[in-house]
Ligand binder design. Structure first.
Ligand code: LLP
Length: 392
């Protein structure tokens, strides 16, 4: 990893293909149902090469913007392999999705009306809010009474009436209750699945049911990964029982983002300054929340390793970036051996919602990205140049 900093410079995002492959195959093996498909949530990391890699592994794509649809098509996903989840989208966007034959999950009564006017007599699916949400930060909860997402389950009759009015066939229902689900939330995840399957019985023409994403990863040393084997067994049993009750075979979808890519990614940064104040130590690096906003935005924990030196007496230090805001930190009061200026630090588990949430705040360019495949590193995004940012 350290040699990559030498070759490509820092800050640098590095992804390991073998980890992506391992997670994809583990998930596919445990969610062992013949008609179940994993659609990768593109928002977690939308690098073209990462998408190509996941497509080759067998994944479909789950998208939330025209940009994500277009890059998925560019990565070789066929329209039938792409799912689109709406949130407050315009009629123009719906029109484009219809033209491109992308599978759309409508999110509100108003959207059903828009779609009905646009494409009467077609098949369409609904995102449902069952009143159940979960996640390891309040911002990650995307179901329940406080959530803006989905058609409220108490308004299903209205949704069905609108579908009837426009002769729409509802061929799918979807939900996504939240993100970062580990073992402690497994029960809620299963409960939400059962609730969606219960609602599914009110839809006679279903071809698929989509349970969203949400599988968490252990960011903190004391966190345990979700027991996928047990989860998988419960899921498969529930799905088989449901098919027997529904009386027809269906397709099932899961839309994980984080689980497939978070642990494959590392953000490499260089120490640029060390400030030893009487009451606090700050380790400054050549990156910031413009490259990885999760700590600033959600107080998220990312393990940080010094690649240039190991061991040494630990001190408590905050690892901070070069952005002019106090929220610009990667770690607060973290026990770490005092580094030296020029050391390379690795910020771990940064593959999901890292680069994809990055920005040019403070007019700073975004990092390059590298993919390691079969022990060979390959540049999959060039480092941004200040000139390119200011040109626009
Ligand atoms: N499907 C839908 C409709 C979603 O909204 C999301 C994530 C996913 C699937 C994938 O969820 P995952 O498997 O990655 O948990 N920025 C936050 C996470 C926000 C997730 C938004 N929706 C973070 O940095 O942790």
């Amino acid at each position: 990893m350290k040699s990559l900093v030498k070759k490509y410079g820092a800050p640098l995002y590095v992804y390991e293909a073998r980890v992506i492959k391992d997670r994809y195959q583990k998930l596919a093996k445990n969610l062992n149902h013949p008609r179940l498909r994993i659609h990768y949530a593109v928002k977690a990391n939308s690098n073209l090469e990462i998408l190509r890699y996941l497509r080759k592994l067998g994944a479909g794509a789950e998208t939330v913007s025209l940009g994500e649809v277009l890059i998925s098509l560019k990565a070789g996903f066929k329209p039938k392999d792409i799912i689109y989840t709406c949130s407050n989208i315009t009629k123009e966007e719906l029109e484009t999705l219809n033209k491109r034959k992308i599978r759309v999950n409508l999110d509100s009564l108003n959207q059903i009306k828009m779609w009905g006017e646009l494409a009467p007599g077609t098949s369409i699916s609904f995102r449902v809010n069952q009143g159940i949400g979960a996640g390891n930060h309040h911002h990650f909860i995307t179901g329940g009474p406080e959530s803006k997402f989905g058609i409220d389950v108490r308004q299903i009759n209205k949704a069905l009436a609108l579908a009837k009015k426009y002769k729409l066939t509802v061929n799918g229902i979807q939900q996504h209750i939240g993100s970062g689900i580990l073992n402690e939330n497994k029960k809620i995840f299963i409960e939400a699945m059962m609730a969606l399957l219960h609602t599914a019985r009110r839809f006679p023409d279903l071809e698929f049911i989509d349970f969203g994403g949400g599988i968490g990863i252990p960011y903190r040393p004391n966190e345990k990964p979700l027991d996928l084997n047990r989860l998988g067994r419960s899921v498969v049993k529930i799905l088989k029982e449901f098919e027997a009750v529904y009386g027809r075979k269906l397709n099932f979808v899961f839309e994980p983002g984080r689980y497939l890519i978070a642990e494959a990614g590392t953000l490499l940064v260089t120490v640029t300054d060390i400030k030893i104040n009487p009451s606090k130590v700050f380790i400054g690096v050549n990156s910031g929340f413009n490259h990885l906003i999760r700590p600033a935005m959600y107080d998220s924990y990312h393990e940080i390793v010094n690649l240039s030196r190991q061991g040494g007496k630990k001190i408590k230090a905050s690892i901070v970036g070069n952005i002019c805001e106090s929220a610009d930190f990667f770690a607060k009061d973290r026990p770490i051996p005092l580094p030296k200026i020029g050391d390379a630090l690795a910020i771990l588990n940064a593959g999901a919602y890292g680069f994809s949430m990055s920005s040019n705040y403070n007019l700073r360019p975004r990092p390059a990205e590298v993919l390691i495949e079969a022990n060979r590193a390959r540049l999959i995004r060039r480092r941004e140049k200040v000139e390119t940012i200011i040109k626009n």
